[in-house]
Design a protein around this ligand. Structure first.
Ligand code: C5P
Length: 208
């Protein structure tokens, strides 16, 4: 295919972003971090003083979302993680973000990472990867990230927040996080970024 869509789904801190970005560079197609859309909605709701669990507030923000919201500060802040996951459980919010994601990949192909790319956004994508790692490995990676940003936080707290978020993402009714039936599972627990990329490229070459 000349305009491939590569879907990269999986739980938090499994290595999706690093992998998806690198695949996009290698294949010469654009990359979209779809989690950023939900983060932008969650962040704006928080900044407005509204409750991220309030569907009316979240829907109004999703309707008014602009490109500038995707480069605002605080999109990776710990309170944004939870807010993003709360607004992401709302069907109206998800529906409002769907066209943007589909249009992004339509003309030139794309690598998209998220939770429902292979199941909902691009169910016909020729390549679907579901990237996982053990809960311990993922919590450790996220903890190292936070440390390197100068945030002092306990590993146990990171692990607990991540487990709660993954449970919410997998347990919701609207586009729950799960592997598509035709997704290839890639467990990165014992793989570094280089090895994960090599494994993913082997899948891409076999499928495209
Ligand atoms: O991938 P990231 O951690 O940035 O995503 C933040 C949150 O956005 C996730 O926990 C999930 O609730 C939501 N999300 C989603 N569907 C996607 C991407 C992200 O529900 N395709």
């Amino acid at each position: 295919a000349t305009r491939p869509i590569i879907a990269v789904d999986g739980p938090a801190a499994a290595g999706k972003g690093t992998l998806a970005r690198r695949l996009a560079t290698e294949l010469g197609v654009p990359y979209l971090d779809t989690g950023l859309l939900y983060r932008a909605v969650g962040r704006r709701v928080l900044d407005s003083g509204a409750d991220p669990a309030d569907p009316a507030a979240a829907e109004a923000v999703a309707r008014a979302l602009t490109a500038e919201d995707l480069v605002r500060p605080g999109l990776r802040a710990p309170d944004t993680d939870g807010a993003a996951s709360r607004v992401a459980a709302m069907p109206a919010v998800r529906a409002l973000l769907l066209d943007f994601q589909r249009n992004f990949g339509r003309d030139h192909g794309a690598v998209l990472d998220g939770r429902d790319i292979g199941t909902v956004v691009f169910p016909a994508a020729p390549v679907k990867l579901y990237v996982t790692a053990s809960a311990e490995a993922r919590a450790h990676r996220r903890w190292l990230e936070r440390q390197s940003r100068g945030e002092s936080v306990a590993l146990e707290a990171v692990a607990a927040e991540m487990a709660a978020r993954d449970a919410r993402d997998a347990g919701r009714d609207a586009a729950p996080m799960k592997p598509a039936e035709d997704a290839v599972l890639l467990d990165t627990t014992t793989l570094d970024a280089e090895a994960a990329f090599a494994a993913a490229m082997a899948v891409v070459r076999a499928k495209l």
